[in-house]
Design a protein around this ligand. Structure first.
Ligand SMILES: Cc1cc2nc3c(=O)[nH]c(=O)nc-3n(C[C@H](O)[C@H](O)[C@H](O)COP(=O)(O)OP(=O)(O)OC[C@H]3O[C@@H](n4cnc5c(N)ncnc54)[C@H](O)[C@@H]3O)c2cc1C
Length: 472
């Protein structure tokens, strides 16, 4: 079967097919090199029609399809399983910006556009596409949509769901659905695009998107503030949002344990402050107000906590270069963590005011059950979303007798606390293949049933990204 299937696949118009092991390899292993699979081939379509032809062919031959973007998933969602019975459909050749309309504050892009290129195209039209995350030089808009990506600007602009006006997708039966509308309001029935946003490729392949643009803030001020406690960090996040309504573009949290790893592993970085503190808040305030005015108000806000000793130090970037340097530290945490050891990452969210409770309970629980693990924390404080990493040295992890068991145990420890505080075990990374157990454990049965029914309706043969999102 596979030879005749491959021959027809290769004959599809505007499609490149890789089936040599060396050429396929980068598509079979994820960015962090934690998940590896096999495939019959990698298909690289150049048009929506080619995607539809590939999906139809796979349907006829009952061949599973694994949609893939920049392959930066951190939950094992972007590479196929080990069976080798399916194909990867990677969208990287569909990378055209189709239009940018500053009057409508909208742009149309193919799904394979790299996020950084979309940001640049918006800037060239004096507009802002605010989605921003560490993988922006590699991840694709289709992947951002499929994972409902978050990132550092959610506190102001929302996550991907809030930034998408319309999508075009190829459904599991090969039908092309063109929902590329740029309307701000459309209450004509169910909002179907939202089914696909966050569906992680299980309901179809996103081929293009209509995205929301924003006026570009004229001024921005970036500061790194050292604080003595997680309570001060949370209170500061609140105060800044109250003081600069609508202008806080990012409020990020970094633990000293995380900053130290970045400085240790990322060449050209240095500790940005004279003294260390347990926590740092990276804030960006952007809007119409001039930088001097914002800096003065920020300094005034920090005066009292500095006098009281709860804020211990701060630096405000005085040039674009310094601003970039501060963001460079934040954007390189994943890279630093990969180099340090074996980090078990937990992408939890709780209501923002409960972050301190989560941090204290997590620290105590981890210290008691896994004293060899160092808590390394980075996250989107304004959204109540922490990446809580239990960092094991390679030696300690190597000595761990039951690694899957330890991974599960650390996860349950932290996710149970998040659940108890009204939170979630997956804030922005998605489910992929690694959180199926958590789906069964934490997701209300009615929600799971509804999801399974929707999947059954759209993809009855379960060929679209099988084994992802939904536990069997
Ligand atoms: C350094 C680093 C930092 C990160 N920071 C953040 C962050 O701050 N916030 C955040 O939310 N995430 C973050 N991530 C993870 C994040 O989910 C991805 O970076 C990104 O959204 C995935 O896009 P991708 O193109 O790489 O998709 P992939 O990794 O290739 O795929 C991810 C999922 O989407 C599906 N998919 C991909 N393209 C399509 C498509 N066209 N149609 C249908 N399904 C598709 C895949 O099947 C898979 O299930 C980070 C990752 C890294 C490596």
């Amino acid at each position: 079967m596979s030879e005749s299937f491959l021959a027809v696949l290769k004959a599809i118009l505007d499609t490149l097919v890789l089936d040599e092991p060396v050429a396929m390899q980068p598509h079979l292993i994820d960015w962090r090199k934690r998940h590896e699979g096999q495939a019959l081939a990698i298909a690289l379509p150049g048009s929506t029609e080619a995607v539809a032809a590939i999906v139809s062919l796979c349907g006829r031959h009952r061949v599973p399809i694994y949609p893939q973007g920049g392959n930066t998933s951190v939950c094992g969602g972007s590479v196929p399983d080990a069976s080798g019975s399916g194909i990867v459909v990677n969208l990287r050749r569909m990378n055209r910006i189709l239009s940018v309309d500053p009057r409508d504050n909208a742009m149309l892009v193919q799904a394979g556009c790299v996020l950084a290129n979309v940001q640049e195209a918006a800037l060239a039209a004096d507009r802002l596409f605010p989605m921003s995350l560490g993988a922006e030089g590699s991840c694709q808009i289709g992947g951002n949509i499929a994972t409902n990506a978050g990132g550092t600007a959610v506190v102001r602009y929302g996550n991907m769901r809030d930034l998408v006006l319309g999508i075009e997708a190829v459904l599991p039966d090969g039908t092309i659905w063109n929902g590329l509308r740029t309307l701000r309001k459309n209450n004509s029935g169910y909002d179907l695009k939202n089914l696909f946003i966050g569906s992680e490729g299980t309901l179809g392949i996103v081929t293009a998107a209509a995205l929301k643009l924003f006026p570009r803030p004229r001024h921005s001020v970036t500061a790194l503030i050292a604080v003595g406690s997680i309570e001060t960090a949370a209170a500061l996040a609140q105060a800044l949002q109250t003081e600069f309504p609508g202008a806080v573009s990012a409020v990020e949290l970094i633990s000293e344990s995380e900053l130290a790893l970045v400085v240790r592993h990322i060449p050209g970085t240095a500790h940005p402050l004279a003294s260390e503190a347990p926590w740092y808040v990276l804030v960006e305030i952007a809007g119409a107000e001039g930088e001097a005015v914002v800096c003065d108000r920020l300094t005034a806000i920090l005066e009292e906590p500095m006098a009281a000793g709860s804020v211990t130090d701060a630096t405000i970037a005085t040039s674009e270069r310094q601003r970039q340097q501060l963001w460079h530290l934040r954007h390189n945490v994943t890279e630093a963590n990969v180099r340090e050891g074996l980090g078990l990452t937990h992408d939890i969210a709780v209501p923002p005011a409960r972050i301190p409770q989560f941090v204290h309970r997590a620290e105590a629980a981890l210290a008691s059950a896994f004293p060899q693990a160092v808590p390394v924390v980075v996250g989107h404080l304004g959204d109540g979303n922490l990446h809580y990493i239990a960092m094991f040295s390679h030696a300690d992890w190597g000595a761990m007798a039951d690694k899957p068991g330890a991974t599960r145990a650390v996860g349950h420890l932290l996710y149970d606390i998040a659940a108890d505080l009204g939170g979630t075990f997956s804030a922005e990374h998605g489910i992929g293949s690694i959180h199926l157990g958590e789906m069964s454990r934490y997701k209300p049965p009615v929600e799971l049933l509804l999801m399974q029914r929707i999947k059954g309706l759209l993809d009855p043969d379960e060929l679209m990204n099988p084994g992802r999102v939904l536990p069997r």
